[in-house]
Design a protein around this ligand. Structure first.
Ligand SMILES: [Zn+2]
Length: 352
């Protein structure tokens, strides 16, 4: 294992950010290569815990000669966000200096244009340089996994149609409870990787066998536990074994049995009025259209001061917000439905 650091000078004097990168050299140049990062949203730590244990396992595998493809691992991808404590809370999702989401505004380039990501590098902001360096590193691999988490959540992933159903092996290896099939044309990290993979010269490809760009949502933000992280590390190891990146004679592929639904089928349940949230249903529950899922206490103590929130469609509750006060329009839940829930959605990510 080789440990190096991405070093990014800060936007103010006296600051320097360091991002450790762990690399394993594969023994077989024909084997697929992998890039895995976690905590690009710095406050989403289940992936960091997973990669801590995966790195242990990869080091053992290296000693046993079981690493076939090149592997790069970045377990804590965003030290800028990690340092942003504001009134005692980490703001790991948005860059306080520019108010941009750390997982948006990745440059969209064709694979052949990879090196242009580093053009005019010194004149760019630290957050932009970090994004460009991570993307440049990732585009050197065939299989790219970006590990995130939701608020309160089942384990699920955003997977571009171009990589589905080949990527069902990842869903089964990690025991995912749902897959959201994305249309992959906005500017999240995974989408920038997918954009490049689909543009390898010539026309845009509809499917890209042997490659993968995926955002894995490793449950909720508080789901950081030793046993869970070890189990998830074993799942990711099984995926790498199935793809031939590592050798594991004991590996057995199993089919993915969970739902895989397009983003148009995700019902984003919003708070129609502000209020204190009383949830009646939890993540993992199957609901029917019309089922009561939450009560909002809009005017506490007053007659008629509550508002019922019901499911619009039959489906599986995949995520739930952890806050118990909702502003008008705040997202309360994502429900993975069996039918399209709206027709006006713009392609790309569900959230800002
Ligand atoms: Zn995230």
């Amino acid at each position: 294992m080789e440990r190096s650091e991405i070093i990014i000078g800060g936007d103010t004097a006296g600051i320097e950010w360091r991002v450790p990168v762990f690399r394993f050299k594969g023994s077989d140049s024909a084997a697929p290569s992998a890039y895995i990062q976690a905590a690009l949203h710095a406050n989403e730590l289940p992936g960091t815990a997973l990669l801590h244990f995966l790195l242990e396992r990869l080091q053992k595998a290296e000693a046993d000669g079981a690493i076939h493809g090149d592997i790069a691992v970045v377990p804590q991808a965003n030290p800028i966000g990690l340092a942003q404590y504001h009134f005692g809370e980490m703001e790991g999702r948005f860059d306080l200096g520019s108010r941009t989401n750390f997982n948006r505004d990745f440059p969209l380039v064709a694979l052949a244009g990879r090196d242009t990501l580093l053009d005019k590098f010194e004149s760019r902001s630290a957050a932009d340089r970090l994004k460009r360096t991570l993307l440049h590193t990732a585009l050197g691999a065939d299989l790219v996994l970006d590990l995130h988490c939701d608020d309160e959540s089942l384990q699920y992933a955003y997977i571009d149609d171009a990589f589905w159903p080949e990527a069902a092996d990842l869903a089964s290896a990690l025991d995912m409870e749902a897959v959201f099939l994305s249309d992959g044309e906005s500017t999240a990290f995974e989408e920038a990787v997918g954009h490049a993979f689909k543009r390898q010269g010539g026309d845009k490809l509809k499917s890209v066998p042997g490659r993968l760009a995926v955002t894995v949502e490793l449950r909720g933000r508080r789901d950081v536990y030793p046993d869970m992280a070890r189990r998830d590390a074993d799942g990711l190891w099984a995926f790498l074994a199935g793809r031939g990146v590592v050798a594991d004679p004991a590996h057995e592929a199993k089919p993915y049995a969970g739902p895989a639904v397009p983003l148009d089928n995700i019902e984003m349940v919003k708070a129609p009025e502000p209020g204190t949230v009383l949830f009646h249903r939890d993540i993992g529950d199957e609901v029917k259209a019309g089922d009561l899922i939450a009560t909002l206490i809009v005017r506490p103590g007053e007659p008629g001061g509550t508002l019922a929130v019901t499911a619009g469609h039959d489906g599986l509750i995949a995520t739930r917000c952890s806050a118990r006060y909702a502003r008008r329009g705040d997202d309360l839940m994502k429900i993975a439905c069996r039918e399209a829930t709206r027709k006006d959605r713009k392609p790309g990510t569900l959230e800002d």
